[in-house]
Write a protein that binds this ligand. Sequence first.
Ligand code: FE2
Length: 403
Amino acid sequence: MPFALKVIFYRILMVLLKFVTVFIPAPKPTIYSGAGSAKKMCSTIMHFGSDKLLIVTDAMLVKIGVVSEITDELERLGVQYIVFDEILPDPSYDLVEKGVQVAIEHQANGILAIGGGSPMDAAKIIAARVTNNKSIESLTGILKVKQPCLPLFVVPTTAGTGSETTIAAVVSNPSTNQKTPVIDPKLVPIAAALDPALMLGLPPAITAATGMDALTHAVESYLSKHAAPDTDHYALAAVKMIMKNLPICYADGKNEQARESMALASFYAGAAFTKANLGYVHAIAHQFGAFYHTPHGLANAIVLPHILEYSLPAAQRRLAELALVVELGVAGEPHAVLAQRFVDAVKQLNQDIGIPTTLETLKANDVSTIAKGALKEAHYLYPVPRYMDKLQCERIIRAMLPA
Ligand SMILES: [Fe+2]
């Protein structure tokens, strides 16, 4: 089929998808924000009938004392808990199922996630799997969660993923090495605590990568053909806050005010993309994750400038609006000039926060397969502003090969 005809097919598909998603509610968690907000949220958990919690986290957060800050408060409040701290990046079916068994043995009646995207996503799926008598694999896909989940509370310790507000969670299928999503509004937590005091120790490299994940969510949702006035508000606020505060957090991780702004921006970006969706940056980054276990935020950061350059001809006005919101020019200047300034500012931001321009692990022999996988994901899910064929996608990926 000629490429032009394929594009018409994808556009029609995205119109149908938009029609379907209008009917999917996107509930929002109650937000507790500011230093000490995690403890404040803890004091509300028992009101939801949750007095035996499964805490889903990772071993590092236990080691550096972040988890004990919260469990001390739970003990003071008389809430029982058991800590499942085995979450690794890109959690697999087996790992998540292990958490389910711990929840069942402990008779947990609530779940508290403490961590970045992986613990939060794992906790969401555990919360769904405990109350739904189905395998994790059969929960993957859209609207497969039939029963309400266990009450879920989250404390993000990175500012990037937005998982605290999205209707999705990803789990890795070990047989295909691909991440598969569970998408259902029942996955949205009851409450989230955006507590900057718990983010002060985040190393600069993780601060940079996770922050660029949040920026990518905001930018891709703003450029999406499914963008709407409400998602635009969230996306513009997030872009403005991230472009200002991410370099500050990278240079001075202890800056609590900048950390709080990043935590809020990540939440806003999550609220934008859960409705407006994503684009080619995520499609390619997911393949880098599957092939090389590249951290998600780092992969997005490397890919983002390339896709913005490619999208320029079809997204000049929207990119110009992003330039104006971060004060890279004034209204009335040509869209082309403003748009290019925004793309250049993203490149400069990457440079300022130590993001490489190439992916060290990328292999030339993998480019064709990566492009095929990325296009399959993008063309059936993402309402991108400008479509690309496989040769164009391969050209973009090759530009990220190490020298
Ligand atoms: Fe992401």
